[in-house]
Ligand binder design. Sequence first.
Ligand SMILES: *[C@@H]1O[C@H](CO)[C@@H](O)[C@H](O)[C@H]1NC(C)=O
Ligand SMILES: *[C@@H]1O[C@H](CO)[C@@H](O)[C@H](O)[C@H]1NC(C)=O
Ligand SMILES: *[C@@H]1O[C@H](CO)[C@@H](O)[C@H](O)[C@H]1NC(C)=O
Ligand SMILES: *[C@@H]1O[C@H](CO)[C@@H](O)[C@H](O)[C@H]1NC(C)=O
Length: 338
Amino acid sequence: MLSLLLFAAGVLAAPLEKRQAPSGVPDFALTYAPVAYLYSKEAYYPADIGSQLVNTQPQANYTPISNLSSRPLSLDNLDQLNAYGRGGQDVYLTSKDNVEDIPAWLRGAKPDSNGLTNGAVSSTVIVNNHGSGMVDVFYFYFYAFNFGGKYISHVIGNHVGDWEHTMVRFKDGKPQAIWYSQHSNGEAFEYRVVKKYNNGARPVVYIGNGTHANYAIPGDHDHAIPNVNLPQGLVEDHTDQGAFWDPIQSAYWFSFNASSQIFTSYDGSTRTNWLYYVGHWGDKQYRDSDPRQKDILDIDGSHKYTNGPTGPINKQLNRTKVCPDNGNLCIVRAILGP
Ligand SMILES: *[C@@H]1O[C@H](CO)[C@@H](O)[C@H](O)[C@H]1NC(C)=O
Ligand SMILES: *[C@@H]1O[C@H](CO)[C@@H](O)[C@H](O)[C@H]1NC(C)=O
Ligand SMILES: *[C@@H]1O[C@H](CO)[C@@H](O)[C@H](O)[C@H]1NC(C)=O
Ligand SMILES: *[C@@H]1O[C@H](CO)[C@@H](O)[C@H](O)[C@H]1NC(C)=O
């Protein structure tokens, strides 16, 4: 009888999921953390954030920055680059290898059967407490390379480095809405309508082949190249239920204070310096004279290789709405769709 009671109590007391974050991270940031499915034929998996600094060298104007005050470049000194190239804005972490040789580090780490990117910290969670019970939790996903996709038979929009994110907005600890980043914009949905992992609480994200754009449902997704009008359907993202990825299993955890613009690590020891770097996490768009570059339409936005992206600090961490304020209407969809 006693053992039966103890057994029952044990079952009841067992946590639903093992806590994967340092203390101080709100429980709801874990309970409602998105899980992801990569495309079944994905070639560029989530990658270790710090390794990007080892495999690249900083450049401004296609010229290596040679007088760094602190070497080697690390997550603990990356913001020194803000002293170069227009306050860091023109700094590009440029691949030491020819990307067309596809060095192994570009391919990242395929999540194991539990969804862990073993040996690669490929995600960063940033919590912005707006006060009055409103909290935004950003889940950033990092990849060493973005394959842009094919337009007819030409590849457009490859770049070294790729930062994507989902953001869940909470009110009094309850999830309200979720933002899925896609290319230069994205989509927002009410939390209640999105797919949940194992019919539980965690939203599911489907990640586009190569581009790593985030979608709420699997299948094909038309997307236009930013600022270029192309017929719908010519440039598509493809998503399906390929490799399962649980980003928070290998993540850095920070809070962000919007008024002081200060990042603080929850564990008190993870480096925050790199979060202040405003430059790019990959190569600058190759010149038209570069043999690797192709430009089929001879207009901006149709290049095979484009600029590497900027990091989390440039993704509007203190938003009024669940969407970034980029001039597009913020539609919080109440019906699930592509
Ligand atoms: C998926 O991406 C790879 C490059 O990583 C590409 O070769 C392949 O054609 C893509 N597949 C689809 C269906 O888009
Ligand atoms: C680095 O060298 C460049 C070129 O010589 C110079 O313009 C710049 O001021 C130097 N920057 C620092 C931070 O030392
Ligand atoms: C951050 O966002 C809130 C809206 O939730 C706004 O009231 C506040 O002024 C913003 N803070 C800064 C520093 O922009
Ligand atoms: C955020 O920064 C402001 C301004 O520096 C400070 O007054 C406030 O106490 C900070 N908030 C938290 C939660 O640390």
